[in-house]
Design a protein. Sequence first.
Length: 361
Amino acid sequence: MTHQVRAVVARGKGAPVSLETIIVPDPGPGEALVKIEACGVCHTDLHYREGGINDDFPFLLGHEAAGIVESVGEGVTDVAPGDFVILNWRAVCGQCRACLRGESWYCFNTHNAKQKMTLLDGTELSPALGVGAFAEKTLVAAGQCTKVDPTASAAAAGLLGCGVMAGIGAAINTGNVGRGDSVAVIGCGGVGAAAIAGANLAGAAKVIAVDIDDRKLETASKLGATHTVNSKESDAVEAIRELTGGHGADVVIEAVGRPETYQQAFYARDLAGTVVLVGVPTPEMKLELPLLDVFGRGGSLKSSWYGDCLPSRDFPMLIDLYLQGRLDLDAFVTETIALDEVEKAFERMHHGDVLRSVVVL
Ligand code: APR
Ligand code: ZN
Ligand code: ZN
């Protein structure tokens, strides 16, 4: 059997997305059909529609989603019809060297659903990040579904599928922020704001938010930043040093993805401190640092991939904290929109007041 559903498709490079009817097959072995309830709009979706990822148009966009499993294919035991799940874009293999080391976020053998969703004329769709969740239903590998408490709001839960998990994970997993640490976060968009929330969950004593936009700094304060620095008005490195007794922060999280802000992060950390790069740079960006400073300052320079998360461990735990009122995921949902408003959300993306627009179905 197949299912005809409405979905957001990017047909060609730079062209506005369109709402189309697509055909979704029933799940095959190891696959799950998920009825989508909510899906956040991420920069990566826009990147796909601009042709910045690859040219495999048409794309079925959307990858920060939560929904209800409608049916599962042969051999699927971890999830069942009726389960409320958060989707992730990496079904890990469990067998490669990274998985065997217990670092499955580096798995180099991830797999998505094998069958293809298509347009009505049979043209194969490329689901963005292997998810394709700006659709009433989507087909994924069962390993991309993590069951969580169904009383959570779908709009909030879906955010853990990408940007918010990346930020929280940059603090709690990659940065290994500990009780009493001082943490600085450079760039307070959706990802940086989530890193601030993560630093708080981990028990940081000082959480310094740095941005060039005062509206982002206001949101950062609401999410638990103890200090804010507008780096247009004052020097970020000096300000962070001053706020940490002159020595720099234990952990600095870079959530912009630019050489200038990475340099700030590098110099704003304490000797032996940690820098976590979670912002995504573009291919032409280069970093110039005196090698002697890299040598002399010690510490560790890390990058965080999808928050180095383990969905089966992190998603249910964070949803529990959300339901207990200890993690304000709702604060990340700036607006809820309909499926046909994704293009408008792209336009609003770079306005200072949007952390996340979320499509609710
Ligand atoms: N210094 C400090 N903050 C800056 C600077 C700068 N030089 N330039 C931009 N910013 C701030 C912006 O004001 C904004 O608040 O960085 C933030 C970026 O936020 P978003 O554009 O909302 O992006 P976000 O979704 O948070 O993602 C951040 O991670 O996933 C990647 O591709 C994504 O590289 C991006 C980064
Ligand atoms: Zn994303
Ligand atoms: Zn693997």
